[in-house]
Design a protein around this ligand. Structure first.
Ligand code: SF4
Length: 437
């Protein structure tokens, strides 16, 4: 795991009587150089004290430092009841900044339906429906595009893992027999907490009880040594987010550079673990062509990929782009196009760069890949139907059924392993009445 050295460590008192949770905590503490004497145990009634203290923790240090020193809250996953019914969450103090009291008390969602056909029809995204799982909230990478990154104040980690898997996740697997591949992520990078957390060992053991079921880890880190000794390594699939070295330095100040991530991917090839990469978010920095061409060359020369996909920097308005980044560092033609299209893009999920500029970017990246690999399945992730219409002939995949990264029915190979879900959420603009931007 990463070399975390939290300024404060809190733990929910319910963990004390759970040997499974205490073993996991002991591993974390040992690696971080702490002991149980450093732990501030809290009762549920103390939740607003802990939440207030975390919110008030204001680090005066470089982001690289503070992301390693942010507080850790070890919590007890709440497997019954709701935050709204919990007496400890009544009487919320007025006027005091708080940080995620519900999560601190263990009310993390066991699963969240992502990319339902209805939601994708509304946002104009082409993706696959999927139940996403989560057991951690918070991340050490400090990415400017992520609320849990730059804006996050703590790592909240549920430690009653066996209970969570047996009472929570087993039910999700059995209630959704159509889904074969499950992404365990939330607003977190769980791979960077392994092997101390030990979640993947037990999660994959559970999945191994079911025929052709697999678990994804999704990371923009380089922490993979824990994968080698997993009991059911054949059940894991690694998915990476990858920016070029130069774009990553701007967007992901605490994540390892692309080259380190590529080295980590290469290790997985030695262990026979499938690797899928999403180049995202693709930021058109001034020399983006050279920067991403170099990244693709290094990626395809070192790692063995099952698929490779692309997503431009999306989910933003032009004003937000200006607030997040120094736009002088970006390709002026992209900035100008985004500025001109500001009203047209409005609150579109695919802003701030208009369709034609994103298309220009994807066409370039696809042509770079094809210099080295003519057959690798390529895709655009969560793009529009219009983008698929323009790119499908170049990509060579059917937008209604395409191999991608964290698809719920795409097993190692890649191959489709479900007869129940056969289609993505792709619908033409004519079918939906949309006008994709
Ligand atoms: S990789 Fe596939 S399933 Fe995952 S977010 Fe992208 S389009 Fe959706």
């Amino acid at each position: 795991m990463y070399a975390l050295r939290p300024d404060r460590i809190y733990a929910h008192e319910a963990l004390r009587t759970n040997p499974d949770a205490m073993e996991r905590m002991a591993r974390f503490l040992e690696t971080m150089g702490n002991t149980t004497d450093d732990v501030d145990w809290f009762a549920p009634e103390d939740v607003y004290r802990v939440s207030g203290e975390v919110a008030a923790w204001t680090p005066e240090m470089d982001v690289q430092d503070w992301k390693m020193r942010q507080p850790i809250v070890f919590t007890n996953f709440a497997l019954s009841g709701t935050a709204g019914e919990d007496p400890a969450l009544k009487n919320k103090p007025e006027g005091t900044p708080l940080f995620n009291p519900e999560h601190i008390l263990g009310y993390l969602p066991i699963f969240t339906p992502h990319h339902t056909p209805e939601k994708d029809a509304e946002s104009g995204m082409v993706c696959w429906p999927s139940m996403f799982l989560a057991s951690v909230h918070g991340c050490s990478h400090g990415c400017v595009y992520c609320g849990a990154g730059r804006g996050g104040k703590a790592l909240i980690i549920a430690l009653n893992v066996r209970e969570y898997l047996q009472k929570g996740i087993r039910k999700v697997i059995e209630d959704n027999p159509w889904q074969k591949c499950f992404l365990m992520m939330g607003a977190a990078d769980i791979a960077t907490l392994e092997p101390e957390y030990g979640l993947y060992e037990d999660y994959l053991n559970l999945l191994a009880e079911y025929e052709d079921h697999y678990g994804y880890f999704h990371t923009n880190g380089d922490c993979v040594d824990w994968v080698e000794n997993l009991t059911h390594r054949e059940r894991v699939i690694g998915v990476w987010s990858l920016c070029s070295n130069e774009a990553s330095a701007l967007l992901e100040p605490c994540a390892p550079p692309a080259s380190s991530r590529i080295d980590a991917m290469a290790k997985l090839a030695d262990w026979g673990v499938p690797v899928r990469v999403k180049m995202k978010p693709i930021l058109p920095i001034r020399d983006w062509r050279e920067s991403y061409a170099g990244c693709i060359k290094e990626l395809l020369s070192k790692a063995k990929l099952e698929t490779l996909g692309f997503t431009s920097m999306i989910w933003n308005t032009y004003d937000r782009l200006e607030a997040l980044l120094d736009t002088d560092q970006l390709d002026p033609t992209f900035v100008e196009a985004a500025r001109e299209a500001k009203d047209e893009m409005g609150e579109s999920r695919h802003g701030p760069f208009p369709h034609e500029k994103r298309l220009e970017m994807y066409r370039f990246l696809i042509s770079e890949v094809r210099k080295y690999d003519e057959k690798l399945p390529l895709f655009v992730s969560t793009e529009t139907a219009r983008m698929w219409d323009d790119l499908a002939p170049v990509i060579g995949q059917n937008p209604r059924k395409f191999f991608c990264g964290c698809n719920p029915v795409q097993g190692p190979g890649p191959r489709y392993i479900s007869s129940d879900v056969n289609e993505s959420n792709y619908r033409t603009n004519k079918e939906t009445g949309r006008e994709d931007k």
